[in-house]
Design a protein around this ligand. Structure first.
Ligand SMILES: NC(=O)c1ccc[n+]([C@@H]2O[C@H](COP(=O)([O-])OP(=O)(O)OC[C@H]3O[C@@H](n4cnc5c(N)ncnc54)[C@H](OP(=O)(O)O)[C@@H]3O)[C@@H](O)[C@H]2O)c1
Length: 278
């Protein structure tokens, strides 16, 4: 793609907004001339300006100049942003929100029932092009814009179209997921050190082990249990470790961890919905 003939707006170019924008630029999905960006933090926009990206002076100008608008501000800024957007003429524009916990219903109530909205839940590995993004859209979606949205997120990893009812569990699994994986890696690292492996070496080994296992599971024809069995010989070390894993009921603990995150996602959704529509 590139050189679309119309602009894609980015409202907020912090961690996630800039990662999405840069991913789309690097993969040639968008050209600098296709982007209109806005952020309160001037260092963020001046860097983009140096690469030839247009910078809007305010939300109104961003809306006027773009056909698709990515909302990449924190949920706590959603009220201000949605209030301002509700006063703009959105017409046939497509709003793509990555704000965690802000439902399509809440956005439609604020922006108008006719507005086309995509809600997306990306995750931080998107920063290195290995993200997972779940997207849902409302009934008034603009079909012609969707391929572009999918291509933009697709330039940064895998994209799944899902029913919005799955957003809370997905927020737990792939949204918060990297946080749980990092915690597991920290525990492995600590255990390695306690077992006498030098700190730096243990860290590199842990990172490569997670990376290697993830890649093997992606590239192999085998299912996860088969891959596990492949490492688990009878009477061996993996079997001894996994026996302790079961005795400690770690399966249950890990499932409880994800369930707690999913419940919290639902609660945040409700809190935000009340706050935004009051
Ligand atoms: N991190 C994750 O794993 C993850 C996963 C999925 C979804 N998300 C979602 O991604 C969104 C963005 O997160 P982030 O970490 O990228 O946030 P961030 O780094 O804080 O970036 C947001 C940027 O938007 C700016 N901003 C806020 N209100 C604005 C306004 N009215 N006009 C112009 N600019 C404005 C902020 O400026 P100030 O700093 O001055 O406020 C900041 O520079 C969040 O809603 C989060 O829920 C994050």
């Amino acid at each position: 793609m590139g050189n679309l003939g119309h602009k894609v707006g980015f409202l907020g170019v912090g961690n996630m907004g800039s990662a999405i924008l840069n991913g789309a630029l690097n993969k040639g999905i968008l050209g600098a001339q296709d982007i209109l960006a806005l952020d309160k933090v001037q260092e963020r926009t001046s860097k983009l300006k140096d690469s030839g990206i247009n910078i809007a002076k305010g939300i109104e100008e961003l809306v006027e100049g773009s056909k698709t608008i990515f909302l990449c501000v924190k949920p706590q800024d959603s009220k201000e942003v949605l209030d301002t957007l509700s006063k703009c003429e959105l017409g046939k524009r497509l709003i793509v929100s990555i704000m965690a916990g802000v439902s399509i219903g809440t956005m439609r109530r604020l922006l108008g029932l006719e507005v086309s909205i995509v809600r997306a839940m990306p995750n931080t590995p998107l920063l290195v092009g290995e993200g997972v993004t779940a997207i849902s859209y409302n009934g008034h979606r603009r079909e012609e814009h969707l391929p572009l949205v999918k291509a933009i997120f697709g330039s940064l990893g895998l994209v799944f179209e899902v029913d919005e009812t799955l957003m809370d569990p997905i927020t737990a699994l792939s949204g918060s997921g990297p946080g749980f994986v990092f915690k597991l890696m920290e525990v492995f690292w600590e255990a390695g050190r306690e077992l006498g492996i030098p700190e730096g070496m243990a860290k590199e080994m842990v990172i490569q082990t997670f990376l290697g296992a993830a890649r093997l599971s992606k590239e192999s024809q085998m299912e996860l249990p088969q891959l596990r069995e492949m490492v688990t010989s009878k009477g061996g070390t993996t079997e001894a470790g996994l026996k302790r894993f079961s005795e400690l009921n770690l399966d249950r603990s890990l499932k409880e961890t994800l369930k707690a995150a999913s419940s919290r996602a639902s609660a945040i959704n409700e809190e935000l919905s009340l706050k935004l529509t009051q």
